[in-house]
Design a protein around this ligand. Structure first.
Ligand SMILES: [Zn+2]
Length: 169
């Protein structure tokens, strides 16, 4: 593994902070139920919460049950692509390659995340069953034909706290 630079923390306003903190609460809920500590919230352009979800991999055995895909599975059948284009997806951790792809397919155009993938690797360690594909969600979003705004890492101390002692060593 080559050492990657740590991305700088980005400021969030009160509204983004509120929903990102909710995503972090859901990450802690996920952990208390035997899953990896990840949570996600999708909020519409008018501030309506469209979906809340957490990682359910441990509960269900479904390796695709990441918090973001779970939230998108709730919101996508119930809302039009036009509605979702104005929505923001909040994630307690930087979306993985799969979730970044799901965000693209959902037509959600704005993402705010807590802890970044580079810092998460300190918790994942060297175990192959915990490592991620080392591609930033921004690399996926940059390949999208429509712009997808991405803010993060943000609220780093709070987002990182969910992961303390939460991974196998
Ligand atoms: Zn994911």
């Amino acid at each position: 593994m080559t050492a990657q630079p740590l991305p700088g923390e980005q400021p969030v306003d009160e509204g983004d902070g509120r929903y990102l903190r909710r995503a972090i609460e859901l990450a802690n809920l996920a952990r208390s139920r035997g899953n990896r500590p990840f949570g996600s919230v999708i909020v519409g352009a008018d501030g309506t919460v469209l979906a809340e979800a957490w990682n359910r991999n441990g509960e269900t055995g479904d390796c695709t049950a990441h918090a973001e895909t779970e939230a998108i599975r709730l919101a996508s059948p119930r809302h039009t692509r036009e509605e979702l284009a104005g929505a923001t997806l909040y994630a307690s951790g930087e979306p993985c390659v799969m979730c970044a792809g799901a965000i693209y397919w959902s037509n959600i155009r704005r993402v705010v995340f807590g802890i970044d993938a580079v810092r998460l690797r300190a918790f994942r360690g060297a175990r192959l069953d915990q490592r991620d594909a080392e591609l930033s969600c921004r690399d996926v979003f940059d390949a999208s034909p429509v712009p997808i705004a991405c803010i993060g890492p943000a609220l780093l101390d709070e987002a990182a706290a969910s992961h303390e002692g939460g991974w196998k060593t």
